[in-house]
Structure formats: structure tokens, C-alpha cells
Design a protein around this ligand. Structure first.
Ligand SMILES: *[C@@H]1O[C@H](CO)[C@@H](O)[C@H](O)[C@H]1NC(C)=O
Ligand SMILES: *[C@@H]1O[C@H](CO)[C@@H](O)[C@H](O)[C@H]1NC(C)=O
Ligand SMILES: *[C@@H]1O[C@H](CO)[C@@H](O)[C@H](O)[C@H]1NC(C)=O
Length: 437
């Protein structure tokens, strides 16, 4: 069912001057496998790109596998691939690629999927096929994953981790809980070997999160007390509409909070209070829409790649203010959970996560809340942030980063994900925080 591997169509590897239109796609930047994964329930398929581990600690056939899901809703996983954590990034010239020294496929096999259907290169057969809720998305992710795991006999036994950022704060819990619910009903040979989930700057429990923007901005010195009161009134509307389950109006009300905050602060982006310009992802689109890039990736030539799909955003509008905390609770009882946030994010940042974390119904919560928040340093001795952990739950604050943590502080993000997956360093089984060096 998988399309031919892109190795058959690869473009070569010469340094082509900027003026030339041809895309420079070095062989070593090509995915190990890519193309489309059938999702049987929808008679459709999701685009994927998979990169095998380059320096695994064990044989590659037993190295952990990570799936990365992008946010939005409706933003392509290829932003993660080519701007945040994949082995190569699109350069600002939009025709060449440069190696990412902090790629997440150093120790692990790394899979990107364009989900939900309608996102990135995953064109929906018709607009009506675009999912409108988390249960459909979770079922599609599991179906795509089953198609992926069938591609190589070694894949299924490898420890599997679900990761993602922002709106994936919904997808990761929904898909993770769905996988663990379905596993016992499957023959052993078809189970997914889920070992944990990681969420970066997630939107997970919006009714609590939307109520934190005024405080976060005020106590950062970005707004004054009168502006804080004005924002609090807007937040209260969003909360009331959410409690009334008027989902679309609630999502609109949240939008008003964020645009008012944007207006008051004059920030280039609420995703990172320290940036003078928004994240520069435009070159990724210019690159991916070149025919040579689509051919090299095994993507459909007739699909125009968009960073974020308005059609998916519209289909998911009534989902925005819905919570997936029950799914997080169910995961905490059965597997490991990592929540991490870049400290400079004013949309889905640290305070926004702390706001709901204290409310989860989980036996381990009192011990977690009582645990130390340890200073965390990179192996070079730089401040990387803070780690608080107890039992199944780890909460990491990443210093020097906004919303797109791996793009802003690649070194810390790589050390975090490697150590958390491997239960080493600050995530070691004995729980000691490793000092510098
Ligand atoms: C499934 O999709 C294919 C290709 O788009 C189409 O030809 C076929 O009719 C579809 N089958 C069903 C049952 O919808
Ligand atoms: C999700 O959407 C599907 C398809 O529209 C629908 O059948 C299902 O009832 C929805 N589920 C929930 C929980 O809303
Ligand atoms: C905020 O909104 C007002 C009224 O629409 C507008 O005049 C002003 O330029 C905006 N300020 C910023 C920084 O966007």
C-alpha cells in the first residue's frame, strides 16, 4: 500500500547557487521512508516522513520510535520536521537544507505525520472527510500508525512514544488513551507498544488555560492593572461560554482574549515574548511546494502544501475549548507523561499548564505537587530550565524558548527528550538531577 520509496526519485546533492531554482536535497536529508499511510476508516491516507535513528544506543531495530504531531489545529508536521526537530532544516533561502545538530532522530526513529486529514500533504478526499473531533482524529492516528508499523518487521516491538506540541496537547492525550483502550482488544501482534507521551506548550484544558493570560502578561510587566481587568472580563466570557458548552462562541471569545492581548502588548507574536519578529517558517512552504521537494518526499505533486489549513481550522472550531484532561488522567494511570513548556510563551506557556495540572484526578498528584522543582542544566553547564517529577509525571520548563521549544533551544530540547525517553539524567529512575558535566 505504501508508495515507492523516495530513494527512487531523489535529487542530488550539489551545492547549487541561490539563483538556481532547483531544490538541494542532500541524500542524507531524505527520509528513510515516506509517503502515505492508509487510514482504513476514512478510505483515505495520511502523509508521513520517517527518519531512522542516526546514532542509536542499541541496534536500530530496538531503538525507541517517536511520533511527532503538530498543532494548529491543521498545521503540518513538516514544520516540526524542517523547522524544529528533524534532521535537516529548510534554510532561509528556501532552496537548500542545513543539518540540525539537535535532531530528535539521533537516538530514536522519528516519525512525522500530517494529521488531521486535510493537513499538509494529507489532502482530504472531500471537505466532509475532515475530522471535527478528537475521537475521529485518534482513530485516524491509530490506523495510520498500524499502517506504519506494518512497513518494517522491527517496528512493532520498539518502544513507542507519542509527542507533539500546541494543539497536539489535544491529539496526544486523545490518541494515547485511545491506543491504550484498544490494545487489549487486539491480537498481541497488532498492539502498539506505547511507553509514554510528551506534550510541548499544549492546549489541553482550555477553560483553565484561557483564564491565565491576564495574570501572565501583568506579572511579566507587559500590561497594567486596568488592562489586566479588561482582559479578565474577556476571559470570563470565554470561561462562561465554555461552561455553557457553547463551543463555537467560546472559541471566538478565546480568540478575542488573544487578539486583545496581542494588541495591548504590541508583541510580534504571543508565542514568544522575546521575539521582534514572528517565527520565520515561510521558507518551509516555498521549499515544500517545489516539485523536486515533493518528489523527493514521496508527496502528491497535485497537493499544494500549506503550513496550516484553514479548512481544518474551521472543521475543528467547535473542538477548541473542549478538554482532554480525562484522557491525560487515564494516561497518568497507565504510562509516563511529560509536559514541557518554553518559558517565553504567552499563549500556551508555563502558567497556562500549571493552571490545570493541579486539578487532575490522579493518585500521584499530591506527591507530584510536593516534589522539588530542580534546576536543570545542559551537559555544557548552561541553564536549561527546571524539572519537577514524581511517579508517571514530569513537568519541564525550558529556558530560552517560546512556543516552538526545539526551534528556540534545540540543545535543551534534545537533551530533554533523549533523557526522558531513556529515563536518564534528570529523568533517571533514581530521580537525581545530574549536575553540569
Ligand atoms: C475509496 O477511494 C478511492 C480513491 O479516492 C475511490 O475510488 C473509491 O471509490 C473509494 N471507496 C469508497 C468505498 O468510498
Ligand atoms: C465525532 O465525529 C464523528 C463524525 O462526524 C461523529 O460520528 C461522532 O459522533 C463524533 N464524536 C463525538 C464524541 O462528538
Ligand atoms: C490596537 O487596536 C487599536 C484599535 O483598533 C489600533 O488603533 C492600534 O493600532 C492597535 N495597536 C496595536 C499595537 O496593534
Amino acid at each position: 500500500m505504501a508508495p515507492p520509496l523516495p530513494a527512487l526519485v531523489l535529487i542530488v546533492v550539489v551545492a547549487i547557487p541561490l539563483s538556481a531554482a532547483a531544490v538541494v536535497f542532500p541524500t542524507e536529508a531524505l527520509p528513510t521512508k515516506s509517503g502515505y499511510l492508509p487510514i482504513s476508516p476514512a478510505n483515505a491516507s495520511l502523509f508521513f516522513a520517517f527518519y531512522e535513528a542516526t546514532q542509536p544506543l542499541t541496534a536500530p531495530t530496538s531503538a525507541p520510535l517517536l511520533l511527532w504531531l503538530q498543532g494548529g489545529p491543521g498545521c503540518s508536521g513538516l514544520i516540526g520536521n524542517f523547522f524544529e526537530l528533524g534532521p535537516y532544516f529548510v534554510s532561509p533561502d528556501s532552496v537548500s537544507l542545513s543539518r540540525n545538530p539537535f535532531a530528535w532522530n539521533r537516538r530514536f526513529g522519528l516519525l512525522f505525520i500530517d494529521s488531521p486529514l486535510g493537513t499538509g500533504f494529507s489532502a482530504a478526499p472531500s471537505p466532509a472527510d475532515i475530522p471535527t473531533n478528537q475521537s475521529v482524529i485518534a482513530a485516524h492516528i491509530l490506523a495510520a500508525l498500524q499502517s506504519f508499523l506494518a512497513l518494517d518487521p522491527s517496528f512493532r516491538a520498539r518502544p513507542f512514544f507519542l509527542t507533539g506540541e500546541s494543539y497536539a496537547g489535544k491529539y496526544v492525550p486523545a490518541a494515547g488513551a485511545h491506543i491504550l483502550d484498544v490494545n487489549p482488544t487486539l491480537p498481541e501482534a497488532l498492539r502498539v507498544n506505547l511507553h509514554g507521551v510528551a506534550i510541548g506548550n499544549g492546549l489541553t484544558h482550555p477553560v483553565a488555560q484561557v483564564a491565565t493570560h491576564a495574570d501572565a502578561a501583568y506579572f511579566s510587566g507587559l500590561i497594567n492593572a486596568r488592562q489586566k481587568r479588561e482582559l479578565e472580563a474577556l476571559q470570563a466570557e470565554a470561561v462562561a461560554l465554555t461552561r455553557a458548552e457553547r463551543w463555537r462562541e467560546a472559541a471566538d471569545a478565546r480568540g478575542r482574549v488573544l487578539s486583545r492581548l496581542q494588541n495591548m502588548t504590541g508583541l510580534a507574536t504571543l508565542y514568544d515574548a522575546a521575539k521582534q519578529r514572528p517565527y520565520r517558517t515561510d521558507p518551509v512552504g516555498a521549499f515544500l511546494n517545489r516539485p523536486e521537494a515533493k518528489a523527493a518526499l514521496g508527496a502528491r505533486g497535485d497537493v499544494a502544501w500549506e503550513e496550516c489549513s484553514d479548512a481544518v481550522g474551521a472543521a475543528m472550531h467547535a473542538d477548541v475549548m473542549r478538554s482532554v484532561v480525562p484522557q491525560v488522567e487515564s494516561l497518568l494511570r497507565r504510562t509516563r507523561v511529560l509536559l514541557y513548556q518554553g518559558v517565553r510563551d504567552l499563549r500556551d506557556g508555563v502558567v497556562s499548564t500549571e493552571a490545570w495540572l493541579g486539578e487532575v484526578r490522579w493518585d500521584g498528584l499530591p506527591a507530584f505537587l510536593d516534589a522539588d522543582r530542580a534546576v536543570w542544566r545542559t551537559r555544557d553547564g548552561d541553564l536549561a530550565g527546571y524539572v519537577q517529577r514524581s511517579g508517571a509525571l514530569s513537568h519541564v520548563v525550558v529556558y530560552g524558548a517560546g512556543h516552538l521549544v526545539p526551534a528556540d533551544n534545540g540543545r535543551a530540547a534534545q537533551e530533554m527528550i533523549e533523557d526522558w525517553v531513556l529515563q536518564a539524567g534528570p529523568f533517571g529512575r533514581r530521580g537525581c538531577v545530574v549536575a553540569a558535566a
